[in-house]
Design a protein around this ligand. Structure first.
Ligand code: PEP
Length: 250
C-alpha cells in the first residue's frame, strides 16, 4: 500500500468485558515497536468499555471510537442512549454510523444524516458504513444503493473532510466471503470518483469491511486506493489483528 495513513478499525460489536484490556496491551506494545509505518488503529469497543479503554490508550498511538450514538443533543430524554457529547468527553475521536446491523434494526438514512450533523457539531470523526445486500448485487443495483446511501447520509453537510466511508457489502460481513479483488478494486474506484466529483469531498477516504482476516489481507492490500479496513471478528484476537496490520505493510 502507498505512502498514506492506513486505518485499522476494530469493531467489537457486543464482544468484550473488563478482561479485554489484556488484548489492548498487546496492540499497544506492537504499536510502540512499529512506529515507522503510517497507520491508525482505532478501537471501537462496546459503550461499557469506552471509559476503561480511553484511560488505557491515553498517550499511545491507539485511538478510540464508539459504535453508535443518538442523533439528539446531550441531555435529551432518550432512555438507553448515548450522546455525541458523552462520547467526545470520554476521549473517543470516531463514531461508526450506518452499520448494516444498525440499519437492519431501524436506523434510516434520515437518522444517519442527523447523527452525522450532531457528530460534526461535536468535533468527532465519522465512519459511515454503506453497502448492498447480495440480492441487490445480483440485480446489479450496487452503485445505485451506494449513491443513495451516501447522498442521503451527507445531505446538507458542508464539512466532509472528517468522514471515512466504509464500504461493507452486507453479504460479506461475518460470512468469511470477500468480493473478488478485481470487482472490489473497480467498486472502490467508482466510489472514490463519486465522492470526489458528485459529493465534492476533496480527499475521499474509503475503507473496506467484511470478513477481513490475517489471510485475505494479502489480497486486499493490493487495492492500493483503499485507506484502510473495518474489521469485526478478526479484531477480537490481538494476534490476528496485529498480523493484519503487519501483513499490510510487508
Ligand atoms: C463489521 O461488522 O463491520 C465487519 C466488518 O465484521 P466482520 O469483519 O466480522 O465481517
Amino acid at each position: 500500500m502507498t505512502n498514506k495513513f492506513i486505518h485499522f478499525i476494530a469493531n467489537w460489536k457486543m464482544f468484550g468485558d473488563i478482561n479485554s484490556i489484556n488484548s489492548l496491551n498487546k496492540v499497544i506494545k506492537f504499536s510502540n515497536i512499529h512506529k515507522k509505518n503510517k497507520y491508525r488503529i482505532i478501537y471501537c469497543p462496546p459503550y461499557t468499555l469506552l471509559n476503561l479503554f480511553s484511560r488505557k490508550v491515553k498517550n499511545t498511538r491507539i485511538m478510540l471510537g464508539a459504535q453508535n450514538c443518538h442523533h439528539e443533543q446531550n441531555n435529551s430524554a432518550f432512555t438507553g442512549s448515548i450522546s455525541a457529547k458523552m462520547i467526545k468527553k470520554i476521549g473517543a475521536k470516531y463514531v461508526i454510523v450506518g452499520h448494516s446491523e444498525v440499519r437492519a434494526d431501524g436506523e434510516t438514512d434520515l437518522i444517519i444524516n442527523k447523527k452525522i450533523k450532531t457528530l460534526i457539531n461535536n468535533g468527532l470523526n465519522i465512519i459511515l458504513c454503506v453497502g448492498e445486500t447480495l440480492s441487490q448485487r445480483k440485480k446489479k443495483q450496487t452503485y445505485k444503493i451506494l449513491k443513495n446511501q451516501i447522498s442521503r447520509a451527507l445531505k446538507g453537510i458542508k464539512k466532509k473532510n472528517n468522514i471515512l466511508i466504509a464500504y461493507e457489502p452486507i453479504w460479506s460481513i461475518g460470512t468469511g466471503i470477500i468480493p473478488k479483488i478485481f470487482d472490489l478494486d473497480k467498486d472502490i474506484k467508482y466510489l472514490k470518483n463519486f465522492l470526489l466529483k458528485k459529493i465534492k469531498i476533496k480527499k475521499p477516504k474509503i475503507l473496506y469491511g467484511g470478513s477481513v482476516n490475517d489471510k485475505n489481507i494479502i489480497d486486499l492490500k493490493k487495492i492500493d486506493i483503499l485507506d484502510g479496513f473495518l474489521i469485526g471478528g478478526a479484531s477480537h484476537s490481538p494476534k490476528k489483528f496485529i498480523d493484519i496490520i503487519k501483513k499490510t505493510f510487508i
